[in-house]
Design a protein around this ligand. Sequence first.
Ligand code: ZN
Length: 448
Amino acid sequence: MATIFAEQALLPEGWADAVRITVGADGTIAAVEPGATPQDAERAAGPVVPGMPNLHSHAFQRAMAGLAERAGPEEDSFWTWREAMYRCVATLQPEHVHAIARQLYVEMLKAGYTSVAEFHYLHKDPAGHPYADPAEMAHRVGAAAEDTGIGLVLLPVLYRHGGFGGQSPGEGQRRFTLTPDAYLDLLDAVAPHVATGIAFHSLRAVSGDDMAAVLAGVDPARPVHIHVAEQRREVEDCRAWSGATPIDWLFDHVEVTARWCLVHATHAGEGELARMAASGAVAGLCPTTEANLGDGMFPARRFVELGGRFGVGSDSHVTVSPSDELRWLEYGRRLIEERRNRLFSPTRPSVGGFLWDAALAGGAAALGLPAGRIAAGSRADLVVLDGAHPLLAGRRGDAVLDRWLFAGDARMVRDVMAGGVWRVRDGRHAGEEAAARGFVEAMRALAA
Ligand code: ZN
């Protein structure tokens, strides 16, 4: 049992002063009392906000972050990046994946992410054979989360085909592919150890029958994630194959509900945005990766007007920071529309306040976790911003979030509690040296 006293904290009903937060031994918040006295509580060193769920991660890709920024002989695109990613994948051993994910999850916690949905498709050995334990790689990701204390929702990914219409997978995809039966076995093997959801790589990689076979075999309450409409070529290929765009095809063939997360719905048109918003599905947005890959910009402002839900993910991990993702989400709209302050609501004119709260709600829904709220019964995921930071001096309420998201960075994050345990104290994670050593060793081995 821990009790924290915050001069100001962001609660579901808005900012409140003098808040006592009691954390239970089960890692959830037991009580929240605004207008309280500090008594014997630990005083937070600055404003307290809920930690951010990271709704989309491919942990292994941190190994190649920033290493695909050299122009090649042909026009570079998502598709040439994907070839570089396949070359990286070909060399990874289970111990590398463990070390990479552990370092990454430390960085996530230090930046203010307190849980992560790991979209995990690296299932097999370099030759494309299952490991002796087919859940080997999934367990390595689980162990990395355990080492660091981040809340993990593991999304084993069904990846079966190399393109629309059941094309054969290519050489670079052989470590990813599973049949629906093998997929369900994998899910059964990991479910006793970690929180799980379901993921379909994309409509390029699974058929309607594959999806139906999996959805019929799993708990209907679990979250379901899929990549859709990330690239214009993907949309065109889907049209050529089916006559419909990927998002329309999905809604026409599968019951998409509020438990779905549509990742990179970048090229959604007006009708597709309306279908997504009406379904309650969360748009999974990864603006820094989408920028890095030259994907395009999701029409977030229109989606918000339609009442759509969204959250953010660090995806390929070119940056590991929820403030960067949200800043780029807003800046993308500003650059396209040549206007300021694009994402807000009539009741929440602060862009920083609106973005943080909306991404908390969307992220928690996408992970299927009671998280993203400083309220009794929610996971005790807290970010204490540095009240001694010069830019936060004298700032109250949403001005704190505006400062952090638009003028600050991860160094404003001072203390982070995930699942009721302080994991970052004064900007440091207790396991950061060990994690960095393991990562360096893995990088050297992979470079050699
Ligand atoms: Zn992805």
